[in-house]
Structure formats: structure tokens, C-alpha cells
Write a protein that binds this ligand. Structure first.
Ligand code: TRP
Length: 474
């Protein structure tokens, strides 16, 4: 149960370790695992990306995750304030709070394109529910659509800007509704009801995919490491995906860490969060690729993979429409828990900063995200030629949606994580943070080494080989 209690210092806290873990997993597991991970794995060549991704999670993601949660718990405040407090207590400059400022802006930008994808999910739920109903659920076929019709859903949706914007508004509206209700009634409700529902549906669909799809080809694709495929841009994509998926570099884990009380062992908690998140991403690969392979469809379809290839493949199977409906309902649950967390971070920050009420603040942030989201939604349609950063080679030819995705995933999150690693590895007072990290012996030394040395060096290298050839057009 995610319940919160008010401790002596007046800040809401998770009722215990389980509550904290569940909420953090709820924020981490989302479209990043189900939609973005398979899409990135598919377009970045499979095995090389996946194996490098797993390395990034263990060697970079996990140490940064522990660092962010530690900052939050010591700071006991909204993310930038927490960093400032750690800096102050370490006699360091409060400018380090820039890592949380970047994160906050990144979270807001992610929210605005995340809800566009959330809108697509709602649209698919509506379509499949309608088809199921029209085909007569009692006929026993549960297959109201043809593969051709389903293949056409995404182009149709993209061609219809009005529907897309309406779906975005609906998804964002639901998100704002829960954030307005506050931590215990909103976020707690979403995490305790939707995450278990998600996991049950997810297991059912994965098992279905394993039994009906092409498992052998999937294993080859996801786990055969071909070193020549590991280019700079694949490495940057993998590290960016690791941060995106673990909700790092976006002020999130600092924010949630602040709700954790001193008795929670942050070391093992971080391990559990990372393990759960990575398992869901890999299982999503096993839910999606076997079915796509069995139907002989393209794996490098990118953002369309989950929306076009997979549901088309469902339609070649018994009870396809029913499976499709269940699948998108599950995606909706996972997406909503993350979207609520994405909105909560800038909202709680703005509440303290401007002293405005929660409801008004959540609504205002929601409207701002909507305005940017509209530009992103229409970038598949009438605004395809609006390429705000198109003059930079890395962003060449990208409309608003891809620009936001690349700007956050490949630039802002890695940079915020880099600053976090340097801050915790070199600047913050060790006695302050190390005493609280809940790990000892070789684990502690490994964490220290990874945060202080490996993370900064590897991140700088990856940013250089990944971004700069893109920036200068090499
Ligand atoms: N991790 C989320 C997902 O996989 C996306 C995300 C990134 C996020 N940063 C975040 C969610 C911050 C909540 C808060 O879908």
C-alpha cells in the first residue's frame, strides 16, 4: 500500500519501504519500457543495443539512481531545494542545483510528448473496444478487425490532427485530474490499483506472445552481440534509454527520495527498482518481437512498432481484437502512472516556489504541456515542416515530436546525470551521503568508483561520440 504519513518535520512520507518501491517502480515502468525500448532496440540493430543497454543500467543507471535518491532523502525537499541543501551542508556552491533544474525542464518536456503517445493509446483502446463490440463479443471470434484495417489505424490517426489533439487532451486531462487530488488520494490510488492490474495483464500477454510467436528469432535478435553495430549513436541511444527508463536525470528520483524516511535501505531499494524496470523492458521485448517476427513484419518501425506492427500481428491470431484491447489497456495503466509522476515533479516544485494551490498549479502546468504537446502531435501532420532545431545536424529533419524526444533522451537526461555523478562523486560531503546509502564493503566501494570515475568518464565519451558527430554533421 502506498500510504503517506506526516512525520515530525511536516513532510509527507511513504508509509514504508514497500510503498516507496511501488511508487518508484510505477514512475519508472511506463511507455519507456513498453513503447520506447522495443522501438529503440529495433531501430538500433537489436543485440548490440540491448547488451550495451543492460551494461548501462548496471554500471551507470544504478549508481546514478542511488545518488539521486540519496540527494532527495538528505534534502527532504523539492528536487532543486534538495540539491541546494546537500550542497550547503557540504560547503559547496548551490549552483549545483542546476542538475535538478535541467531535470525539471526535461520532465516537463517529456510530459508533453509522453501524453501525445498516451493519447494514441486511448485512441487504440477506443478502436479495439468498438471493433470488439461491433463484431459481437459473444460470437466467440473476438476478432473484429482485419490486419489491413489495423495497419491503417496509425496513418489514419496521423492524418487526422483534430482527433490526435483531442486524444492528447483526454490523456493529459486524466493525468491532471489525479495530480490535482494530491499524493495520497491521487498518486497512491494510481500506484496501488493500476500497477498490479498492469502486471497481471502484462504477464498474460507475454506468455501469449511466447507461445504463439517466433521465440528463436527473437532471442537471436535481442541477444546476439555484433560488435560492429555498436556505433557512437547506438551507445548514446542506449545510455539515453537507460536514463529515460529509470526516470533519471529528470528530477524524479530526487523528488521521490525526499519522501523516503531514514529507515529505508536505499542501496537495496535502488537495486530492486532497477531490476524491476529492466525486467519489464526485456519482457516487453519478449511480448512484442516474437509476434512481430511470426507475422513477418519489420522490426525497425520505431515509434510505430508498438502501434502498427504489433497490433497488425495480433490480427493474424485467434481472438486478436480481444488481445489487442487487453494490451492497450495495460499500456494505458503503465503510461498513466508515469505521466502522473512526470506532472507531479514540476507541480510540487511550482507549489513551493509560487505558493499557489495544488489544483491551480497542476492545471496550469497541464495547459502548458498541452500547448507544446499540440505542436508535437501535429508534427506527424500539418506541422511536419516545423522543425525548431532543424538547423542542427543532430535534429535534421525532425518535427517537434522527435525533437523533444531527442533533446530530452539524448542530451538533457545524460547531461543532468553527468552533473549528478560529478556532484555526488566529488563535491558532496561523503560523510553526509555515504552514511545513508545502506550498502557496505565491496558494494560501497564499487558504487563510489562507478559514481566518481566510470560514470563521468563514460558519459563524457558517449556524449562526445554520440552528439558531436551529429552536431557537426560528421
Ligand atoms: N521512466 C518513464 C517510462 O519509462 C519515463 C520517465 C522519464 C519518467 N523520466 C521520468 C516518468 C520522470 C516519471 C518521471 O515511461
Amino acid at each position: 500500500m502506498v500510504t503517506t504519513t506526516a512525520p515530525a518535520e511536516g513532510r509527507e512520507h511513504w508509509s514504508g519501504r514497500a510503498a516507496f518501491i511501488l511508487a518508484a517502480i510505477g514512475s519508472a515502468v511506463g511507455l519507456g519500457n513498453l513503447w520506447r525500448f522495443p522501438a529503440e532496440a529495433g531501430t538500433n540493430g537489436g543485440g548490440a543495443f540491448v547488451i550495451f543497454y543492460i551494461l548501462c543500467i548496471v554500471l551507470i543507471g544504478l549508481p546514478v539512481l542511488l545518488s539521486e535518491i540519496l540527494i532527495g532523502r538528505h534534502g527532504q525537499d523539492a528536487a532543486p531545494e534538495s540539491v541546494r541543501r546537500v550542497a550547503r551542508d557540504s560547503n559547496a556552491s548551490e549552483r549545483w542545483a542546476v542538475l535538478a533544474d535541467i531535470g525539471m525542464v526535461a520532465a516537463f518536456l517529456i510530459l508533453s510528448f509522453y501524453c501525445v503517445v498516451g493519447g494514441w493509446v486511448l485512441y487504440y483502446i477506443g478502436q479495439f473496444a468498438g471493433d470488439l463490440f461491433a463484431s459481437g463479443p459473444l460470437s466467440g471470434a473476438f476478432a473484429g478487425s482485419t490486419p489491413e484495417a489495423v495497419q491503417q489505424l496509425m496513418p489514419d490517426l496521423f492524418a487526422n490532427g483534430g482527433t490526435q489533439v483531442a486524444m492528447l487532451a483526454l490523456f493529459l486531462g486524466i493525468t491532471v485530474f489525479f495530480v490535482m487530488r494530491g499524493i495520497s488520494k491521487g498518486i497512491e490510488f494510481v500506484a496501488t490499483w493500476m500497477m498490479p492490474a498492469f502486471f497481471m495483464l502484462f504477464l498474460a500477454i507475454t506468455v501469449y506472445g511466447l507461445f504463439t510467436g517466433d521465440l528463436g528469432q527473437t532471442i537471436d535478435f535481442l541477444f546476439v552481440f555484433e560488435p560492429e553495430k555498436l556505433t557512437g549513436s547506438v551507445m548514446l541511444a542506449a545510455v539515453g534509454q537507460a536514463f529515460f527508463s529509470l526516470s533519471l536525470g529528470s528530477a524524479m528520483m530526487i523528488t521521490y527520495g525526499a519522501y523516503a524516511d531514514k529507515s529505508i535501505n536505499l542501496g537495496s531499494t535502488s537495486g530492486i527498482i532497477a531490476a524491476a524496470d529492466t525486467s519489464v523492458a526485456l519482457l516487453a521485448g519478449f511480448a512484442i518481437f516474437p509476434i512481430v517476427f511470426a507475422a513477418g513484419l519489420a522490426v525497425n518501425a520505431g515509434p510505430a512498432l508498438m502501434f502498427q506492427s504489433l497490433p497488425t500481428a495480433f490480427m493474424t491470431m485467434p481472438a486478436g481484437t480481444l488481445i489487442g484491447l487487453a494490451f492497450f489497456i495495460m499500456v494505458f495503466f503503465a503510461a498513466l502512472t508515469s505521466a502522473v509522476a512526470l506532472l507531479e515533479a514540476p507541480t510540487s516544485w511550482a507549489i513551493t516556489k509560487f505558493g499557489v494551490g495544488r489544483k491551480k498549479t497542476a492545471a496550469t502546468v497541464g495547459v502548458l504541456a498541452f500547448l507544446i504537446g499540440v505542436l508535437a502531435a501535429l508534427s506527424f501532420n500539418s506541422l511536419a515542416d516545423f522543425q525548431p532545431l532543424g538547423f542542427i545536424p543532430l535534429f535534421e529533419g525532425m518535427g517537434m515530436f522527435d525533437t523533444l524526444d531527442t533533446l530530452t533522451g539524448k542530451i538533457m537526461l545524460p547531461i543532468a546525470a553527468l552533473i549528478t555523478a560529478i556532484f555526488v562523486g566529488w563535491i558532496a560531503d561523503r560523510n553526509l551521503l555515504d552514511a545513508e546509502n545502506g550498502i557496505s564493503g565491496w558494494l560501497h566501494h564499487s558504487w563510489r568508483f562507478l559514481v566518481a570515475w566510470l560514470c563521468p568518464i563514460v558519459l563524457v565519451l558517449i556524449l562526445l561520440v554520440g552528439i558531436f558527430p551529429g552536431l557537426i554533421g560528421g
